[in-house]
Design a protein around this ligand. Structure first.
Ligand SMILES: [Zn+2]
Length: 287
């Protein structure tokens, strides 16, 4: 059995496990019907998978072949011992995904597509693969640049892929972990409470916590914001909270039509949270 099939089985098993346990121990209360959301997320994810399999994966594999034959990319230049190279490669991949995520929020064209991921009115493991196929298609260019500049090997790429996919599902899940356990885990991994804040309707909270696997890049770039209690968070994008905004067809055409003011609700209000206290304890994960 080849490596990508192993990855698929591991990721599928983690998905099913998280899907079951997040229903038993939910972190945030569910407000709407699960089935309608699941169907929308499954179809959007299906298109994302097909785009990834037909375009992103072949392009990344070609780039991997290319860098394995030419002495190109940072890791080739550095010539580190094998295990140091593995760690450095792993960190570089995660750091570059941090930058890609930031770009998806800051560049208006990219945000049109990434917004489809964020306007899911609830957050659980089914949101984890809900990316507009346009966002996946645009990521092809990023992946080729990422692989070429880092000079990553097949082994590091494959190992990171499993951890990346697994942690993406984990941090999107609605699983309530004991707070002390999550605070401990969050020193090493992006966790559900941390990423829940990234899906808040408050603009500056959405523009925080961009990390995928390691939470350290947010600390380093001062984009960390952990002190928002999950019970205070409304999930989604304010401008797209009307009933019907999460309908399948609407999410498909959304990046290609006139955009609304993302940060104002249909009644004109903009969700906000101002407190000097929140500014002080940004690195403390709230319950
Ligand atoms: Zn995001």
């Amino acid at each position: 059995m080849n490596l990508s099939l192993y990855t698929l089985f591991i990721v599928l098993a983690i998905f099913l496990l998280l899907f079951a346990v997040e229903k038993l121990f939910p972190l945030r209360e569910s407000r709407g019907g699960l089935l309608a959301r699941l169907i929308v997320n499954a179809v959007i994810s299906g298109f994302a998978f097909v785009t990834a399999a037909l375009v992103v994966r072949p392009a990344s594999q070609r780039a991997l072949h290319w860098v394995s034959e030419q002495p190109f990319g940072l890791l080739h230049v550095l010539q580190l011992p094998a295990w140091t190279q593995f760690i450095a490669g792993f960190l570089l991949l995660d750091l570059s995904f941090y930058y890609w995520h930031v770009l998806n929020h800051k560049v208006p064209l990219l945000w049109r597509f990434h917004n489809v991921h964020h306007l899911d009115p609830e957050l659980d493991v089914s949101t984890g693969f809900r990316f507009h196929f346009g966002e996946v298609l645009l990521s092809t260019l990023f992946r080729v640049v990422q692989v070429s500049l880092t000079g990553i090997s097949f082994a590091i790429f494959a190992a990171y892929e499993v951890v990346f996919q697994a942690n993406t599902l984990f941090h999107h899940s609605n699983l309530r972990l004991p707070i002390r356990l999550e605070r401990w885990l969050n020193k090493m991994l992006v966790t559900p409470r941390m990423h829940g804040i990234h899906h808040s309707q408050v603009q500056h909270e959405t523009n925080s916590n961009f990390g995928v696997v390691f939470p350290w890049w947010d600390r380093l770039h001062r984009t960390l914001g952990l002190n928002i209690a999950q019970s205070k968070i409304a999930i989604g994008i304010p401008g797209y909270t009307s009933p019907g905004d999460n309908r399948l067809w609407h999410t498909f055409i959304l990046p290609f039509v006139q955009q609304r003011n993302y940060w104002r609700k249909p009644d004109g209000s903009a969700p906000n949270r101002v407190s000097a206290d929140l500014q002080k304890h940004k690195a403390f994960l709230a319950e």
